[in-house]
Design a protein around this ligand. Sequence first.
Ligand code: P6P
Length: 343
Amino acid sequence: MKPISLIQFLIEERRAGHINAELSLLIEVVARACKRIAVATNKGALGDVLGMAGSPDAQSINVQGEAQKKLDVISNEILLEANAWGGHLAACASEEMEDPQQIPDMYPKGNHLLMFDPLDGSSNIDVNISVGTIFSVLRCPDGVTAPRVEHFLQPGTEQLAAGYVVYGPATVLVLTFGHGTHEFTLDREVGSFTLSRRNIRIPDETTEFAINMSNQRHWQAPMQRYIGELLAGTTGPRGKDFNMRWVASMVADVHRIVTRGGVFYYPLDAKIEQQGGKLRIMYEANPMAFIVEQAGGAATTGRRRIMELQPTGLHQRVPVFLGSKKEVELATHYHQEADDGRL
Ligand code: P6P
């Protein structure tokens, strides 16, 4: 069968009325920027892109209070520069920046808001483990020409598009517009993303879970109960053995789930309860939730559907339970039971 390029797919989606010309251009621009990020990431030790940003005695710290890797800064700059001039955006927001970045006055403004984590899992870069870019697209409220934070604070159900690019053995883009989840693999010889899976389905059941077990003693009781049952395997109430994976790179873990099923959990724990969770709602939890739901999976905070939350801050953190529907529903059910005092 003749390969379908991302451009052809976007034209199909426009003809189907799923997206408009401006959103189509936005996705093309983001995909092209991610190809540049892939080139930078793939240089490894040969490209002066590894290690920490800033100088040894003046490390670069981002809005999250995290030391920035050189590639965090490089990836952020690539996405900002690529999206500044096309006229498809009103503003951008990034994990790496405190406030939204306006489109420079010399360029036309568009009707979309773009949020991204330019290089998620960057702590894995120096040890050559897959990392990724995550992005989410919202509509800019009518009449708003200089979007402020509050214009970004829309529930995940308002997303027009969401996607990630995983920089692994292959460079793979996974994308949804709310009409299924689709995968594109970068054909390096041609330099274009080529449709590799259309209308992905995540199996409802799984025997594979992803969680950072070192936090176990800090989890809330329902999480202790749920994971304890998985670990008990055939000797416990689940009556089957489970396998565990934890890449500590959300994009890599989610891509495994999108590819073969499974669940990913970053629950509340006593260490992070004050900050509401580990992962950020606007440019990690919501886009991944959209992608997973459109592939037939589920995505909750352990108590509520992630995409129904009303965000309260650009960098707000939430717990994340996502993946194979039946498992996420069971883990969520245990938390709801505990909250109702029925446990
Ligand atoms: P931990 C990477 O820093 C990240 O934001 C996600 O990509 C990943 O799933 C998680 O944090 C890893 O957290 O506590 O295992 O280092």
